[in-house]
Design a protein around this ligand. Structure first.
Ligand SMILES: [Zn+2]
Length: 549
């Protein structure tokens, strides 16, 4: 069994063994292990010294080494980076390698030896131009003097390329818009029948929604979306065009984005979480606030949480978060994510299988939570049923505070549980307060998936576009609304969104908590509960943890 364990772990057992038996062969084993360790360390130190002194050895100095500050190194290098342009130390190699690019060779090299490439290369892209509908916009009166005596002048036209969605399908749809210049015979005013900018929008709402749906909601890269649109609909677009659709829809949803935030801030609970993001020139954090049925994403360059005091100034509900210390200073009731805590304790149980004190702590805590969660499963998140567990929760906190522990790991958790104290059990006092931060983590997961392809490529502008759209889409999905249908409906208000979900407009009424908290925490003066008790459905869902953070 010993052979399957790591050597460092075995050495701890050898040491324990030697302390009790003083056996000479165990001592020899230990000494050899220490000597091996020192020798390896010496090798590493010598190697690093050589890197710093290029003159010392000719073999090392020949290689130009890439160095980086430790803060700049990231644990998770995005996978798209593997296909990026690489840097060459030699200019000659760079030039040679550039001539090996796939498209370059087909266009410039193979075509000389394989004549059929002349035909093949030409066929690669061909735009389709069939017009489905002609729309004429005419004028019959002068807009200035209302006279009917106007003279039709030059005709103008532009095409709008769009996708038209039917009940069970979708079709490419090109509309040719015709309009004319006019001159009024009475007042001399010259005008156009169509009010339009010098370069009118070339792409319709349906096509732009399709781009954004495929990219932001379904996670295809824009490049792939563009290719698929060419393959399926025969539309060849300039490469930058699909990206503009994100800006168009962001502008459309900007008011809804603010409305969602306002609504979350008046809800009885608020989940919060944050994760890292790499922009082209800096790093920062994407934060998310969620209620039971809405999510709001935003960007901040740092992880400092001072801004939260201002943002949550008027918030009167319960904040649910992980154990990140910045949340501790918030001036409202709090529930810490119990899933985070039990996950960490469980990891330590694997790391320290011989720690009896940790095991005892885990058993007491696990036993307590298990009984509480059984009630949650049976009754939902209702304080009427949960309140009976408060005594055992208090008993657990009191006995843990009194326990005299020796093991550093168990002590760490004793301190942490004491520090959070009542914040671990706030949910027992309220209706509809979850005991985990699942809602925020689910929302963060959406961003984490998108980040796989986009990390390190964001600009502040493109990230902001994504966050506005993700806010709307996540909120749609939390209300079981088809994101594509929502975009095609051109709905831009929260009221309309909730109506699409079959819900009534939001009303909030003030309620006091059903029971006075007795864990030494001040009770809130009012507690607003929304009309629809979504809380119970959410609670039955098992806590899903994000795959990547
Ligand atoms: Zn006129």
């Amino acid at each position: 069994m010993m052979n399957s364990l790591p050597v460092c772990f075995c050495s701890t057992l050898w040491r324990k063994n030697w302390e009790s038996t003083k056996a000479t062969d165990t001592k020899a084993q230990l000494l050899k292990y220490n000597q091996d360790d020192c020798r390896t360390l010496k090798h590493i130190v010598e190697f690093i010294r050589n890197l710093n002194l290029p003159q010392s050895g000719p073999s090392v100095s020949q290689i130009p080494l890439k160095t980086a500050e430790t803060e700049d190194l990231t644990k998770d290098r995005p996978h798209w980076d593997l296909f990026g342009r690489r840097e060459y130390a030699s200019g000659d190699f760079k030039k040679v390698a550039q001539c090996a690019y796939f498209d370059y060779q087909r266009d410039k090299v193979y075509v000389r030896t394989h004549p059929y490439f002349k035909v093949v290369n030409k066929k690669r892209r061909k735009a389709s131009t069939g017009v489905n509908k002609v729309e004429s916009i005419e004028s019959y009166r002068c807009p200035q003097c209302q006279s009917k005596k106007i003279v039709k002048g030059k005709q103008m036209s532009h095409d709008v390329i769009d996708l038209k969605f039917f009940k069970n399908g979708v079709k490419r749809w090109i509309t040719r818009v015709l309009s004319w210049r006019y001159c009024c015979s009475k007042c001399g005013n010259s005008f156009r029948s169509e009010e339009r900018p010098p370069h009118p929008t070339k792409y319709g709402h349906g096509l732009m929604s399709w781009f954004v749906y495929s990219n932001v909601a379904r996670g295809m890269t824009m490049h792939r979306v563009e290719k698929s649109v060419t393959d399926i609909f025969g539309l060849a677009l300039p490469p930058a065009e699909p990206y503009r659709s994100k800006k168009y829809l962001m502008n459309l949803y900007q008011p809804l984005y603010s409305e969602i935030l306002q609504s979350i801030l008046t809800s009885p609970i608020l989940h919060i979480d944050e994760t890292t993001v790499r922009l082209r020139k800096q790093r920062g954090y994407v934060w998310v606030l969620t209620s039971m049925d809405k999510a709001y994403y935003f960007y901040k360059p740092t992880r400092e949480a001072f801004f939260l005091h201002e943002l949550l100034g008027d918030f009167r509900g319960v904040v649910i978060s992980d154990f990140f210390t910045a949340y501790d200073s918030l001036d409202c009731e709090q529930q810490k994510c119990l899933v985070h805590l039990i996950r960490e304790i469980d990891d330590d149980l694997f790391r320290h299988p011989l720690d009896v004190e940790l095991k005892g702590l885990a058993q007491d805590f696990g036993g307590l939570l298990r009984i509480i969660i059984e009630t949650v499963d049976r009754r939902g998140l209702k304080s009427r049923y949960l309140h009976k567990h408060k005594r055992s929760a208090e008993r657990f906190l009191r006995s843990l505070a009194k326990a005299e522990l020796v093991s550093p790991v168990a002590k760490k958790y004793q301190k942490r549980i004491q520090k959070s104290g009542a914040k671990l059990f706030t949910f027992l006092d309220h209706d509809g307060v979850p005991w985990n931060n699942n809602n925020a983590e689910h929302a963060i997961k959406r961003f984490a998936k998108y980040r796989r392809d986009a990390d390190g490529r964001f600009t502040e502008q493109s990230l902001q576009e994504y966050l506005v759209l993700a806010t709307v889409f996540e909120t749609c999905e939390l209300n079981n609304i088809n994101v594509l249908k929502f975009m095609l409906s051109k709905e831009t208000t929260l009221e309309g969104l909730l109506k699409m979900a079959g819900r009534r407009p939001e009303r909030h009424r003030a309620l006091s908590p059903s029971h006075e908290p007795c864990l030494g925490f001040a009770s809130p003066s009012t507690n607003t509960i929304s009309d629809e008790p979504l809380g119970t459905q959410q609670a039955a869902r098992p806590a899903v943890l994000p795959e990547e953070r």
